[in-house]
Design a protein around this ligand. Structure first.
Ligand code: FES
Length: 155
């Protein structure tokens, strides 16, 4: 079976003309391919499209979809909106922090998981909701979640 490899940064840069309005598209591609934008990649992007690093930095820190630090292979987002909070989501966060040995906003040392919290994902009737890799886990419990994460860790 052929091995799937991540294209190198030059291949990604070549997809876009060197013009400032391609900044966000280029950043999205790099984020998607490497799961974060390293300082070196940010510099290369800025040089390619001709924008100052401060502008790219502002974009990267404004939009939550960009990360300037490595992210885990799997993203766990626990909703802490009112409905989920009332249904016990803070206890789910605490249990995950203990199990994964990270605080919210952090990534495990093996880069398997990133734990985040969000405020309402628009599915309050299904509270408490946890989103794992963009998939909603409705009316979840720590036990159900733990089983799911163990399955993901074994992949
Ligand atoms: S409060 Fe959690 S989905 Fe709305």
């Amino acid at each position: 079976m052929p091995k799937i490899t991540t294209p190198d940064i030059d291949t990604v840069l070549e997809k876009y003309p060197g013009e400032p309005h391609y900044l966000i598209s280029l950043m999205q591609d790099v984020q998607s391919l490497y799961n974060y934008i390293s300082p070196e990649h940010l510099d290369l992007i800025c040089t390619h499209v001709g924008v100052p690093r401060t502008r790219a930095w502002s974009v990267a820190t404004f939009y939550k979809s960009f990360s300037l630090v490595p992210r885990g292979e799997h993203e766990i987002k626990v909703c802490l909106g009112t409905a989920c909070h009332l249904k016990g989501s803070p206890r789910i966060v605490e249990s995950l922090e203990r199990e994964l040995h990270v605080c919210r906003g952090q990534t495990t040392g093996d880069l398997r998981f990133t734990l985040d919290t969000v405020n309402c994902v628009g599915a309050c009737a299904l509270a408490p909701v946890v989103v794992v890799d963009e998939e909603y886990q409705p009316r979840t419990t720590y036990r159900k979640l733990n089983k799911l994460l163990k399955g993901l860790a074994e992949d």
